[in-house]
Design a binder for this molecule. Sequence first.
Ligand SMILES: Cc1cc2nc3c(=O)[nH]c(=O)nc-3n(C[C@H](O)[C@H](O)[C@H](O)COP(=O)(O)O)c2cc1C
Length: 336
Amino acid sequence: MADLLSPLSLPGLTLRNRIVMPPMWSGQATSDGFVTANIIEYHRRRAAAGCGLIIVEHAFVHTSGRHTPTQIGVHSDATIEGLARLASAVKGEGAMVCLQLAHAGSRSSSRVLGMRPLAPSSVRHPYEPDGDVPEAMGPGALTEVVRAFGDAAERARTAGFSAVEIHAAHGFLLSQFLSPLTNLRTDEYGGPVENRCRLHLAVLNEVRGRVGADVPVFVRLGAHDETPGGLELDDACRVARWLADAGAALIDVSGGLQGSRGVGRGAAYFVPYAQAIKAAVSVPVMVTGGISEPDLADRTVREGWADLVGVGRAMLNDPDWARKAIAHLSMGRRPS
Ligand SMILES: Cc1cc2nc3c(=O)[nH]c(=O)nc-3n(C[C@H](O)[C@H](O)[C@H](O)COP(=O)(O)O)c2cc1C
């Protein structure tokens, strides 16, 4: 039976265990979106503690998709050098390293972008009440964004990342396409869920084509908008299946149109979503959210609720979380 410390093989890579540092924006990039020494150290330290996988914080794939002025970018070839130093530092500690590729859509603002944000439809983001009314994306913008995800993925591969993750959660652009609250389109990208995930499949296809078979592509999927009228679990399960059928190597389950910071929630709050998605797909599933105790993380894998466990705020607060968890769980397994 697999547990938290069991290795896991994915197409193109093997993880030494199932402990994951999930993507967590550190707010320390330069104003050009370049990686800094602090960002390298932030990830390296958690890799050195023993994580199997580090998913590096969201990186904007196109200048129209930048979320904050301190976010890292993978939008130009000039970012590759810093990203390569980051990937090498993490891999040097024995962890695998994945880059999260993101476009914020209407979760960004004209203040950050110097232009109106893009979105599926011209409706204000439900969780950005003071935000701009975004510009609905036309065919040209859709093609450009798909290409930007592909270009970004190729840069990540060149920089030495072991995997890439497409951010389709937390009310970012792809999550906006999936949500009936933010996608009011009447073309082939709007209406039924098959249409609302058309951009996901186009992005996945482009990214896979650009990175090749030896760099697995993950999708962080918002499994529920947790907002009346928004995306619900049944539709998310169907989307997860289509993504897996189209070659996603792992579904990283999250949720919430407003973003997931887990504040005020109980333990393991996304496990029910992960269980449903796991029943719908045959690729590995990762879950993050309110899992801060090693025994609970271990149980999540042992019970088959998910195959990998992301530990966010607990690892933010304690860079040595993985080392302590490994010591604790290894001790419990020593024969008496
Ligand atoms: C400071 C901070 C930054 C975050 N940045 C990202 C991000 O860049 N991309 C993402 O998908 N999720 C991001 N998240 C969400 C986390 O990956 C995680 O899903 C969330 O914190 C819930 O897990 P936890 O209860 O273990 O903290 C962030 C969370 C925090 C606290």
